[in-house]
Design a protein around this ligand. Sequence first.
Ligand SMILES: Nc1ncnc2c1ncn2[C@@H]1O[C@H](COP(=O)(O)OP(=O)(O)OP(=O)(O)O)[C@@H](O)[C@H]1O
Ligand SMILES: Nc1ccn([C@H]2C[C@H](O)[C@@H](COP(=O)(O)O)O2)c(=O)n1
Length: 229
Amino acid sequence: MIIAVDGPSGSGKSSTARGVATRLGLRYLDTGAMYRAVTWSALEHGLDLDDTEAVAERARQVELSISTDAQHARFTADGTDVTEAIRDPRISASVSKIATNLAVREELIRRQRAIIDEAVDDTGGIVVEGRDIATVVATHAELKVLLTADQDARMERRKAELAEGAVTAEQLRDQIVRRDADDATVSEFQVASDGAVTVDSTHLSLEEVIDVISRLAKEAEAAPRDRES
Ligand SMILES: Nc1ncnc2c1ncn2[C@@H]1O[C@H](COP(=O)(O)OP(=O)(O)OP(=O)(O)O)[C@@H](O)[C@H]1O
Ligand SMILES: Nc1ccn([C@H]2C[C@H](O)[C@@H](COP(=O)(O)O)O2)c(=O)n1
């Protein structure tokens, strides 16, 4: 089974997808981490992020290792563990430039599909989160969720997770509002696509969101069998 979880920044996609994967014994793929790892690599190589062809070539060349274990998600880029580095505000501020580079997207979507296929063949299922999973990467997903939360809730959540004083109010707004506006130019994650269920997490705890999506997953899994019987 493939569960696609898309939505805007700070809506809780990563925490929820990890929680659902852990509860249902599925693999987990954080596709945003792949865009972040390419950003890290491009900056390490001193590239101008506006040089779309050089950045796309970096995306094709960089060796990414992505763990799909929901309990121990680790990422390496060209052999360096970048699990923490890719969360740095410096990366968050630049990653949309990489994510709106269409040649980078082509390369990362190719890699994401390969990871998904392998997880489905080896373990039976995966929860994949990002912005374009239901609409582009895995349109055949058995369950498609658009996870939302209102803008104030998303900004509060992001603020709470960062160390006090780590970012200014302006940087926080940039990480949520400006980034969503840029990312929305290449992916549709603000309205539910055909067949997707919208889960508004504004007034739900993380556990409650995990409960809702796990239940939807069980229903989606049972649905083909119900039709057969
Ligand atoms: N339902 C919820 N209620 C309260 N806090 C939540 C909820 N879901 C997630 N959070 C918290 O909000 C913060 C952001 O969550 P998370 O990183 O999972 O969001 P995201 O959608 O993956 O963000 P991004 O796309 O920017 O990476 C985390 O600190 C997480 O613990
Ligand atoms: N499938 C995806 C996943 C992520 N992005 C973009 C959106 C963000 O700017 C960036 C990092 O994602 P995050 O870790 O914050 O979820 O990558 C995308 O365009 N498509």
